[in-house]
Design a protein around this ligand. Structure first.
Ligand code: GRG
Length: 291
């Protein structure tokens, strides 16, 4: 697939996601206005929309209807948005900037940001109901977001502060914290297209691989930024000395691991031939992203 066509496709899905979220989110002037403004602040006007891209790319492989894909893609993105709002709170990472804007609690206060995250999560499931997707899609998203998925991964991350982790434990945490939602994005697309069990199994393995790739690249970018900005030793998170792939493996080995995960992800798509070209493009986009 020519790269420029894929780049156009990415822009198209990103703007389609923005427009669909804009329609789904309650209007800012509808009461309770402050809560609705906070939800819109968190969701609109930023983000790479990696999860919607994965959902659409997978669904298109199986000829899924675009309305169902819009709903599924936005449902995953709403869960992602909620997780970022809560992750930025003072009781978690205490971040002041997100997607180039003040974080939700900085703009609207802590209590409203907490509620906005809660309401975004509810809206995600409401969105799946509207699309009349099967119960299995709701179960998939609920499992990915809950205590055995993303929220559980965040809990393991909190428990790990100040501890020395093995590579295996670090990967278990990331598989849950970021990997579970990435897997849900891919599989929701497959569900929308009624993919068969064998294809779901292959896509599930592919999604697990790009979930780890996403995290290794994130750690590399963080390490490079903290080394550049603060002149810190590579491997420690700029804020709280969190353990990362860099602190466990070193920067060069982490870069090699990213290359190897990218190779594994591509190999996992061989089964689908050219149909999976968009997923190949997104894999490279995740591997080579610079922000
Ligand atoms: C609070 C329940 C709860 C969970 C939080 C996902 C998560 C768990 C926290 C995010 C913390 C973080 C920065 C993790 C690194 C990987 C990650 C998810 C980065 C942000 O995702 P991107 O790069 O962001 O897809 P955009 O803004 O492009 O959507």
């Amino acid at each position: 697939m020519p790269t420029d066509l894929s780049a156009d496709w990415v822009l198209n899905i990103q703007s389609r996601t923005e427009a669909t979220l804009d329609r789904m989110l309650p209007r800012a002037d509808f009461p309770p206005q402050r809560l609705h403004q906070a939800m819109r602040h968190a969701m609109l006007g930023g983000g790479k929309r990696v999860r919607p891209l994965l959902c659409h790319a997978t669904g298109e492989m199986f000829g899924a209807a675009s309305a169902a894909l819009d709903a599924a893609a936005c449902a995953v993105e709403l869960i992602h948005g909620y997780s970022l709002v809560h992750d930025d709170l003072p009781c978690m990472d205490n971040d002041v900037l997100r997607r180039g804007k003040p974080t939700c609690h900085v703009a609207f206060g802590e209590a409203t940001a907490l509620l906005a995250g809660d309401a975004l999560q509810s809206l995600a499931f409401r969105t799946l109901c509207d699309a009349e997707l099967q119960i299995s899609a709701m179960r998939l998203l609920a499992d990915a977001a809950g205590s055995l998925g993303m929220a559980g991964g965040q809990s393991l991350d909190l428990d790990a502060v100040g501890q020395s982790l093995s590579l295996q434990t670090l990967e278990t945490m990331h598989r849950k914290k970021t990997g579970a939602l990435i897997r849900a994005a891919v599989l929701l697309g497959a569900y929308c297209g009624k993919a068969d069990d064998e294809d779901i199994e292959i896509l599930s393995r592919f999604a697990a691989t790009i979930g780890l790739l996403f995290q290794v690249v994130d750690d590399i970018l963080d390490a490079e930024a903290s080394t550049e900005i603060l002149g810190k030793t590579a491997g420690k998170d700029a804020k709280d000395n969190k353990l990362t792939y860099i602190s466990l493996l070193g920067l060069d080995a982490a870069r090699n691991k990213a290359v190897e995960l990218g190779r594994q992800a591509h190999a996992g798509l061989d089964h689908f031939g050219q149909r999976a070209d968009r997923l190949r493009f997104i894999t490279d986009y995740i591997a080579k992203r610079e922000y």
